[in-house]
Design a protein around this ligand. Structure first.
Ligand code: CA
Ligand code: CA
Length: 263
């Protein structure tokens, strides 16, 4: 009799033990799922324009860029609003072939009457194993002033939806607007020569300081892209803005001055 009681007690004890172990295990699993989700959300992609600021006139070619970091992209939808009483888009959007399926693309007439640029692009099924990632140029367009007076305008992202190529998950996006200044005063130095007024030539993208910003400077920047160059490094000047890393910001400065003579 006493043996049976003991056996019963053992069973109860075991059951309690299993339950008490199961609760923390479940909690741990739940926590791990939450952690995984939080981890995914920290992968921020940047959506931006190059250059980041423009002064009109004359017209300025603008590149619509994404830096998806390590995330392969399968689908991108972007809406960009602008004040069509101050600026206008010249010609049609030129879409690159990064994401080959053009699902939606505003026409020139739509953009200028609505003050809205809308683009939706998708990965071609043929490219499924070769989805773009990192710094991607999505499209280019040219902007012109639509005002006879000095003015300021912005191109702002009103919708940014990026979807991973590998799973139907949205990527969080950090977007930066394009700031446009319309200055009706004749800009100085339109002859293609930039006076450094005491600053080193490399600050304008002339990395090898031979007096012109060209493909040689580009190749130095390209070779050192992503690197942190120590003081005294042979190509330290590829870090044009001196922020410690050769990156898209330096590329942007070089791009703005490409072809110019630097005095
Ligand atoms: Ca040069
Ligand atoms: Ca830099």
């Amino acid at each position: 009799m006493s043996f049976r009681l003991t056996k019963k007690k053992v069973w109860i004890g075991l059951s309690l033990l299993i339950i008490s172990l199961a609760i923390p295990a479940t909690l741990l699993l739940l926590k791990r799922n939450t952690d995984t989700r939080t981890g995914a959300e920290t992968e921020l992609a940047d959506v931006f324009f190059l250059p980041e600021t423009a002064t009109l006139p004359p017209g300025q070619q603008v590149r619509l860029m994404i830096d998806s970091k390590q995330i392969p992209l399968g689908f991108v939808q972007l809406d960009i609003s602008f004040d069509n009483t101050k600026v206008k888009v010249k010609d049609e959007l030129a879409i690159t072939d990064t994401l080959k399926n053009v699902i939606r693309k505003s026409t020139n007439a739509e953009m200028n009457s609505n003050g809205m640029i809308s683009i939706a692009l998708g990965l071609s099924p043929d490219d499924k194993d070769n989805a773009p990632q990192g710094v991607i140029e999505l499209a280019t367009f040219t902007i012109e002033e639509n005002s006879t007076e000095n003015a300021a305008a912005m191109f702002q992202f009103t919708k940014t939806q990026l979807v991973k190529a590998t799973e139907p998950v949205e990527v969080l996006v950090n977007s930066k607007p394009l700031t446009v200044t319309i200055s009706k005063q004749t800009p100085a130095g339109t002859g293609g020569t930039t006076n450094t007024s005491g600053l080193s030539r490399y600050k304008y993208g002339d990395i090898n300081e031979d007096g012109v910003v060209n493909i040689l400077d580009y190749s130095i920047l390209f070779d050192n892209f992503g690197k942190q160059l120590a003081a005294g490094h042979q190509f330290k000047k590829a870090d044009i803005n001196d922020d410690g890393t050769v990156n898209i910001l330096d590329y942007s400065i070089l791009f703005d001055n490409f072809g110019k003579q630097i005095e």
